[in-house]
Design a protein around this ligand. Structure first.
Ligand SMILES: Cc1cc2nc3c(=O)[nH]c(=O)nc-3n(C[C@H](O)[C@H](O)[C@H](O)COP(=O)(O)O)c2cc1C
Length: 328
């Protein structure tokens, strides 16, 4: 069976989403939102805030391994903070060379580093040397910054620096998140590297997985927005490959999951903003479920948690027991 990872998504896939998604099943690994490294030494609490799983042997409650992701442009502080993250409990470090955000790139982090493969090498090498051999250091890149031009140089820099594996998001920074994903470029990388290469980008369905596998030559993939749109996509892929019958999650099960997330979010936000995270998730779900589209239209301006709950009640009252049982 392929190894399927849940993609890191800053501001979207937090530890609670990792918990809910890995309970559904099919996901073999997760990566945290990035921890931004500038110059200072980060306190333990910063790592634990983004990755409470560090206190649980780096596992989600369902037992799925979680890697801690760091983002920064300077080898020495990255190495220093990676070592601190390991002391704080991390047992696998991932390094982000794909973030397209202007603020991040302006301050010398994320995808802008892809313009200089020698810097990608220096950062990974410094981190690799700073943490124990038992701690894998992996990297995530895009195909380039302005153009899809130097991905082979960057991929070799990653491998030569001692990374244990490489995730490739099959687009340049300039491509943003616009389809298509250039999976065939991952195929070129995969042919040249002697470390595992994981394909990422634009896998929304079992059919997309199969096409990506064919073009990239990678069995193992990382799923981001596709898993948010279709929370059991990893199970669907595995059932298809195993040739076993599987009934995909229906809207009621997904809605019960969303309500559970709402309950988890409420203590973390003022009432006015408590619904923001579920509205954000619904934007992805709309792609897969027409009911999610209608539900989003109903609640998009609702701010009071009690009214949001009443809307959830109305959705779930159709078959509440079945929906809630599957989400528990
Ligand atoms: C809102 C959002 C936040 C993201 N945050 C991160 C991040 O913190 N670290 C990272 O390596 N990639 C991040 N990504 C990129 C995703 O991990 C992934 O590479 C990208 O979405 C393409 O995969 P997909 O088509 O399966 O979504 C983010 C993407 C989105 C849409």
């Amino acid at each position: 069976m392929p190894h399927l990872q849940l993609a890191p998504m800053e501001g979207v896939v937090d530890h609670q989403v990792r918990d809910l998604m890995t309970r559904i099943g099919g996901i073999d690994g997760c990566v945290t939102e990035f921890v931004r490294v500038v110059e200072q030494r980060l306190p333990r609490r910063v790592f634990h805030r983004l990755a409470p799983e560090l206190g649980n042997n780096c596992l989600t409650p369902a037992g799925t391994p979680v890697k801690l992701q760091l983002l920064g442009g300077q080898p020495a502080p990255m190495a220093d903070n990676a070592a601190r993250a390991v002391i704080a409990g991390a047992n696998a470090i991932d390094l982000n060379f794909g973030c397209p955000a202007k603020t991040v790139n302006k301050s010398d982090g994320g995808a802008c580093l892809l313009r200089q493969p020698e810097r990608v090498y220096a950062i990974i090498k410094a981190v690799r040397d700073a943490v124990p051999n038992s701690v894998p250091v992996s990297a995530k890149i895009r195909l380039g910054f302005e153009a899809r031009d130097n991905y082979l140089e960057n991929a070799h820099a990653v491998a030569d620096a001692g990374a244990s594996s490489l995730v490739v998001h099959a687009r340049s920074k300039a491509d943003g998140y616009r389809p298509p994903a250039y999976w065939e470029c991952i195929g070129e990388i995969n042919q040249q590297l002697n470390i595992p290469v994981i394909a990422n980008g634009e896998i929304w369905s079992v059919e997309d997985y199969l096409r990506c596998r064919e073009r990239s030559g990678c069995d193992n993939v990382m799923l981001g927005r596709g898993l948010l749109a279709c929370p059991d996509l990893a199970l669907q892929i595995k059932a298809h490959l195993a040739g076993t019958a599987y009934t995909p999650m229906g809207w009621l099960e997904v809605c019960a999951l969303l309500r559970h997330y709402f309950d988890l979010c409420r203590p973390n936000y003022p009432d006015k903003f408590a619904g923001n995270r579920i509205k954000q998730w619904l934007v992805y779900l709309r792609r897969q479920y027409s009911e999610a589209d209608q539900f989003f239209e109903l609640i998009k301006r609702v701010q009071q948690p009690d009214i949001l709950n009443a809307h959830f009640d109305a959705q779930l009252s159709i078959h509440p027991r079945r929906a809630i049982e599957r989400s528990a």
